[in-house]
Design a binder for this molecule. Sequence first.
Ligand code: ZN
Length: 116
Amino acid sequence: MAIPITITCECGRAIQTDLGERVVCECGRAYDTSQVPREKRAAVVAAQTQFRVYMWFGILFIAGAAVTGYLVHGMVGLLLAAPCVALFWFRVVQPRVSARQRKALADLPSWTIEAG
Ligand SMILES: [Zn+2]
C-alpha cells in the first residue's frame, strides 16, 4: 500500500513520493525513504486502516438505513432514509473522522532522512 510522503530536500525543494521509494532530487541528492523507522511506518498504516474501517462502516450504515426504510415504509421509506442518512454521514460524521485522521497523521513526529 502506498503511503504518500513529502521530503524536504536540503536544497529546499519539496519532493512528493511514496514511503519506501528511493527518490533523487533535481539538485542530485538521493533519499532512500525505506530508512523510515518501523514504528512510524506502522502508525501511518494504522491510521490509514482505521480510516478505511470508518469508510466501510459508513457504507454499511447508509445501506442499513436504506434497507430499514424499505422494510418499514417500502420504496418511499428507502428514498427518504438513504439520502437523509447519507447526508448525515457525509456532512456530520465524515468530516469529523477526516479531521481526526489529519490530526493523527500530523501528530506523527517527522523524521530526518540523510541524503545518500
Ligand atoms: Zn535538492
